[in-house]
Design a protein around this ligand. Sequence first.
Ligand code: ADP
Ligand code: MG
Length: 439
Amino acid sequence: MNQLKTGEAPEAAHGSLDLQEELAEVLRQRAAISAVLRAIASSPHDLQPIFDTILDNAVHLCRSEGGLCRLTEEIGFRLVAYKRCPGASDVPLPPKLLEYGSFLGRLVGSRSPVHIPDLATHHELSSAGEAEREYVSNSAARTTLIVPMLRNDELIGTLGLARRRIEPFTEKEIELVTDFAAQATIALDITRRERELRELQIELARANRIATIEQLSSSIAHEVIQPIATARNNARAGLRFLELSPPNLSEAREAFDGVVAEADRAGDIIRRIRDHIKKAPPKMDRFDVNEAIRNAIILTRGEVVKIGASIQAELAEPLPFIRGDRVQIQQVIVNLIVNAVQAMSGDGHNRRELQISTETDEAEGVRVGVRDTGPGLAPESVPRLFEPFYTTKAEGMGVGLAICRSIVEAHGGRLWATACEPHGTLFQFTIPAEQDATS
Ligand SMILES: Nc1ncnc2c1ncn2[C@@H]1O[C@H](COP(=O)(O)OP(=O)(O)O)[C@@H](O)[C@H]1O
Ligand SMILES: [Mg+2]
């Protein structure tokens, strides 16, 4: 009994020490993640301070000296934050991009932590290319730990941590920083998504502005007709004063002065439109139409849900890239979706289904289709659909399709509508593909 008791006491003391250590670790981890959350809260527009904070805290948490953070991109891992080991000012900067196929790309692309006690003698280094081996041998890192940043099993980035001397990470340290990476990834991901949404909203505002400019120029064109008509009346009056015998020269002069003034007014209006349009040169991005469609679907989700409709997207992958103004093409798709929704909302009997499709068209490049199950086109509408100010809606402006057609044609494509069986309408447009470009 006694023996047992004396045996128990040191063990209990030991246990409480373990517990204390564990508690200290939990607290450190919590402090690290709150530092990241604070960085997110105080930097709503810029991700850089967030990347830096994540890296700093990871380095600190597992007692490493330097490190770097990379995020996955189309072709590889992009460097987004770098913390140099103290006293290693002479080592070269790490490569900005690690391609997926490269030795280092494969190394950091692991879904579980990779612990390399000594990078210099790492046996797999022999499979690296010359440049990569040189970078490793010049870097200040000896003991290295690479932890994945996973979002639902998808690798979105990686944290690399380094010690200058050979000093392997303990299992606890690895666990600590892996947990931290997982939490930081969630926080970062939410921030990124929120930011993307905000960018979309800004784009939508811009697209609306473009639409407004187009509406404005149509109405200004209307305005120009008026001075021209007045000038014509003045000219006729002037002629009549000249035809009198004797001609009434002073009245004729006054009438012709009026012609000059009205012509100047028309000229001013046209100059104003031209200046306005010049300020917005067309953008020529290279982009993926499928992406523009996904954005347009996000932007119109509210309208679609409101009428209880469903959207089905059948997007061909891969689809050739096109070149042009992404926001304008997005606006075309938004307009077609909104028209489809409005058409279906008036029809109480049919199922409300919207189908958006893309395909590669051998002759014409990329073809986009927006099909609805609405009542279809009224026969008298068909020849007038694309006319500016043609509308059958009480609240309609009638400029949507006219703008869509002018945007599509400015991109070298065409836009047309066909009736669907048993009901509904299909709007389709094409845009020429970029040569040799697949998304
Ligand atoms: N999906 C559709 N189904 C039936 N009619 C449509 C559809 N899309 C457009 N239309 C017809 O074309 C007209 C012009 O459309 P639009 O130029 O976008 O102007 P608005 O939507 O302001 O009426 C609409 O008023 C409607 O009569
Ligand atoms: Mg419309």
